[in-house]
Design a protein around this ligand. Structure first.
Ligand SMILES: *[C@@H]1O[C@H](CO)[C@@H](O)[C@H](O)[C@H]1NC(C)=O
Ligand SMILES: *[C@@H]1O[C@H](CO)[C@@H](O)[C@H](O)[C@H]1NC(C)=O
Ligand SMILES: *[C@@H]1O[C@H](CO)[C@@H](O)[C@H](O)[C@H]1NC(C)=O
Ligand SMILES: *[C@@H]1O[C@H](CO)[C@@H](O)[C@H](O)[C@H]1NC(C)=O
Ligand SMILES: *[C@@H]1O[C@H](CO)[C@@H](O)[C@H](O)[C@H]1NC(C)=O
Ligand SMILES: *[C@@H]1O[C@H](CO)[C@@H](O)[C@H](O)[C@H]1NC(C)=O
Ligand SMILES: *[C@@H]1O[C@H](CO)[C@@H](O)[C@H](O)[C@H]1NC(C)=O
Ligand SMILES: *[C@@H]1O[C@H](CO)[C@@H](O)[C@H](O)[C@H]1NC(C)=O
Ligand SMILES: *[C@@H]1O[C@H](CO)[C@@H](O)[C@H](O)[C@H]1NC(C)=O
Length: 452
């Protein structure tokens, strides 16, 4: 009897404790950062008020639980009850650039990509240019000029940082600035190496890349596709999607690429992710009500199209939100309608939107996140292949068929052998064709003559 009561008490305590570790509902926001590290989608900063004033800035967003927290994507959840978790261990609140001065840009990097780099803007020279948070040992560090060699990076919340496979963060500054070393520049690309903490400013960019609130997507071949956005003075880039810009991280070369198909109107505050197939760029949101919610750019033929979508999607279009790919989902966080319209909560829409992008012939809006959901086999690019590729395809098909015959005969063999033991054991692994997707993508882009 006593033991039973003790057990009950312990259970109640556990429930109370787990409820306590979930912070109260975070406030709505836009122009925040979202950084995926392992099974945590970290959210930093953002704001929700307009007009903004110096007086409120000094006290703005000073609640650590509302400034830096994460979505726990290790477990399943419904978007009606989001697993937000506070993780503000010693958050150095006042060492981040203020929202009023343009905020920060943040991305992951360092050894094993477990460290988050918060890159401050250039306005307050007393602040550390870069703050780091190591998610594996919870340590914070300030990096100043002696710690970072070369140029000192400048980040703002209207920039979209990209981390490449070598731990370099690419930060396109599409506006004029004065570097911390007092050099005036009309835009540039900061390339911040988070492994050896060196940084270079490559200011040889197209004048057409003078923009903010663009989207940036890293392709498997190391090129970053920039699109959309507006001038730092607020002018809309009307051909923001008709012409996209490719930055080759291997050699710092820029290319201009015209597109065709159902080209959306130019827009800013959009988000984009690379589809699981490695060649489609999925673009969500923005402020232009004449545009649809979702568009896809097929990078093998530079063609825009409206994807097939099912499920109950959002009614309110959002801008200045973020998007990350987690498992088979495009995970969209926060954002608002135009003019700080956050009424999406009133109409029952969540701070997190989930688009299942597992099947590119049919994306599905969903309210359920399954961390273990299998990623379906991906469609290869639809292309006119040249002879050389045909040979590769024929070889591939022949080996594929031989492989299937082998697998089939083996499985029949094992099936017969095991049949008496159990009926549940006859599962065989689906071959992972990720590698094939990548190499075919490279081949097909050469074949089509497009410059991706
Ligand atoms: C903020 O940065 C300053 C200068 O590096 C440092 O002295 C201070 O400890 C930092 N504050 C926190 C909370 O880390
Ligand atoms: C983060 O912490 C881990 C564990 O202490 C360490 O191995 C790793 O080197 C740290 N990363 C950086 C970038 O300092
Ligand atoms: C940055 O440099 C300063 C001065 O050399 C040094 O004291 C500090 O430990 C360095 N910080 C890091 C994180 O390396
Ligand atoms: C770090 O992230 C990049 C970009 O997502 C990836 O290409 C790279 O393999 C990752 N590095 C490690 C050590 O996990
Ligand atoms: C850091 O590594 C890059 C290559 O990624 C190299 O070009 C650069 O010289 C290195 N810088 C330092 C200070 O070691
Ligand atoms: C960039 O370099 C990587 C590694 O060497 C290579 O796999 C990739 O194809 C290169 N990308 C381009 C566009 O040349
Ligand atoms: C906010 O957006 C909703 C949905 O688009 C609209 O019905 C409402 O009128 C807007 N509110 C304001 C204040 O603009
Ligand atoms: C993807 O969706 C299409 C259309 O709904 C369907 O025909 C196809 O079988 C699906 N593919 C996979 C791998 O589920
Ligand atoms: C949309 O679905 C239809 C019917 O399943 C299919 O024929 C078509 O190819 C799909 N379109 C795209 C863009 O995937």
């Amino acid at each position: 009897m006593f033991n039973f009561r003790l057990l009950l008490l312990l259970q109640i305590l556990t429930i109370v404790k787990s409820e306590l570790s979930i912070p109260s509902l975070p406030k709505v926001r836009l122009l925040h950062s979202s950084i995926l590290v392992d099974k945590k989608l970290y959210i930093f900063g953002g704001f929700r008020d307009n007009p903004f004033s110096d007086t409120i800035e000094s006290t703005y967003n000073q609640s650590p639980d509302d400034r830096f927290f994460y979505l726990d994507v290790s477990k399943p959840f419904y978007t009606s009850k989001l697993p937000w978790t506070a993780d503000n261990k010693n958050l150095p609140l006042n060492n981040f650039s203020s929202v009023l001065s343009g905020g920060v840009a943040a991305s992951y990097g360092g050894n094993n990509n477990v460290t988050i780099y918060f890159i401050n803007n250039e306005h307050d020279k007393t602040l550390p240019p870069v703050l780091t948070f190591n998610t594996s040992d919870y340590s914070w560090n300030n990096l100043f000029q002696p710690n970072i060699t070369g140029d000192i990076p400048i980040g703002r919340n209207q920039m979209k940082p990209i981390t490449d496979r070598n731990g370099k963060i690419y930060l396109l500054a599409g506006f004029s600035f004065t570097t911390l070393q007092n050099v005036k520049r009309n835009g540039g690309m900061f390339i911040f190496d988070t492994i050896n903490l060196s940084c270079v400013l490559d200011y040889d960019i197209f004048t057409s890349m003078l923009r903010v609130e663009y989207s940036a997507t890293l392709l498997p071949n190391g090129k970053i596709v920039y699109m959309g956005g507006k001038g730092s003075d607020g002018t809309l880039i009307t051909d923001g999607f008709r012409v996209v810009y490719l930055y080759n991280t291997n050699n710092s070369n820029w290319e201009r690429q015209s597109t065709a198909g159902s080209i959306p109107n130019g827009d800013n505050g959009i988000s984009s992710v690379l589809g699981l197939d490695g060649f489609r760029i999925i673009v969500f949101g923005g402020g232009d009500i004449d545009n649809k919610m979702l568009y896809v750019l097929d990078t093998t033929n530079s063609n825009w199209y409206e994807p097939n979508v099912s499920g109950k999607g959002p009614i309110m279009k959002r801008l200045e939100h973020t998007a990350n790919v987690i498992g088979k989902y495009m995970v969209i966080t926060f954002g608002s309608g135009t003019n700080f319209n956050f009424t999406y909560r009133n109409i029952g829409e969540s701070d997190v939107l989930l688009l299942d992008i597992g099947n590119s012939s049919n994306y599905i809006w969903t309210d359920y996140f399954d961390p273990d959901a299998a990623i379906p086999p991906q469609q290869l690019p639809q292309q006119q292949y040249n002879n050389k590729n045909n040979i590769r395809i024929i070889i591939g098909v022949v080996f594929g068929v031989l492989g299937m015959i082998c697998i089939t005969s083996l499985s029949i063999f094992f099936f017969i052998k095991r049949r008496k033991k159990s009926l549940n054991e006859t599962t065989f692994p689906i071959p992972d064709n990720g590698e094939n997707v990548k190499s075919d993508l490279e081949i097909s882009s050469r074949a089509s003559g497009s410059s991706y």
